[in-house]
Design a protein around this ligand. Structure first.
Ligand code: 5GP
Length: 191
């Protein structure tokens, strides 16, 4: 998506440790108009698919998913980060490794909000090694929901998570795919 790529080139900052900082429009200050355009693009890409719910993860996926869901006209459920101690029977849980924090986190979704009747589109901000997306896929599978596909704003394609998930037969639509990036040479998108 040209508009997103241009915004990344204008406002994105490449940090040490393979981190692209996009706090100016995606992860801290938010640009809802851009999120709405992203929603329209995912809607176009998934045209003809019946989607009943959008699933994302706390915290960074929530704002994007909430706005991008508007053209779909369906509810958004976000997986919450939980303390393992107080987990009850009425939730699905999964352990995921956090790329940005470098630790393990438990994600949970109430059984009330995800079930076999759901046809899910998973949305998130970044796809790097794939742990976050795989965690959301696992939650949807535990709920018996049908996964129609996933949408990520930015895929760091060279980290390989997207390839691994696509190889499992899950459709992943990235709106900006980064082929390489470093502090000196900047950001290069895939063709
Ligand atoms: P993965 O689980 O695919 O390795 O990483 C995905 C998650 O890590 C995303 O949900 C995002 O929160 C975070 N993340 C991964 N890479 C980056 C990055 O380069 N910049 C930012 N801001 N977040 C990232």
């Amino acid at each position: 998506m040209k508009e997103l790529e241009e915004r990344i080139l204008k406002d994105g900052v490449v940090k040490q440790g393979d981190i692209l900082k996009v706090d100016n429009f995606l992860n801290h200050q938010l640009d809802p108009a851009l999120f709405y355009q992203m929603g329209l693009e995912w809607k176009r890409l998934y045209e003809g698919e019946e989607i009943t719910k959008i699933l994302t993860a706390a915290t960074s996926g929530i704002a994007i998913a909430a706005v991008a869901a508007l053209p779909f006209g369906v509810p958004v459920v976000f997986a919450k980060k939980a303390k393992s101690a107080n987990i009850s029977d009425d939730v699905y849980t999964v352990e995921v490794h956090s790329f940005t924090h470098g630790n393990e986190a438990t994600l949970l979704v109430s059984k009330q909000y995800l079930g076999p009747q759901d046809r899910i589109l998973i949305l998130d901000d970044f796809l790097a090694n794939g742990a976050a997306l795989e965690g959301l896929i696992s939650l949807a599978e535990k709920a018996g929901a049908r996964i129609i596909g996933a949408g990520v704003a930015i895929e760091k394609a060279y980290q390989g998570g997207g390839d691994r998930i696509r190889a499992k037969g899950i459709r992943v639509e990235a709106l900006a795919r980064i082929a390489s990036m470093d502090e000196k040479d900047g950001i290069v998108f895939t063709d």
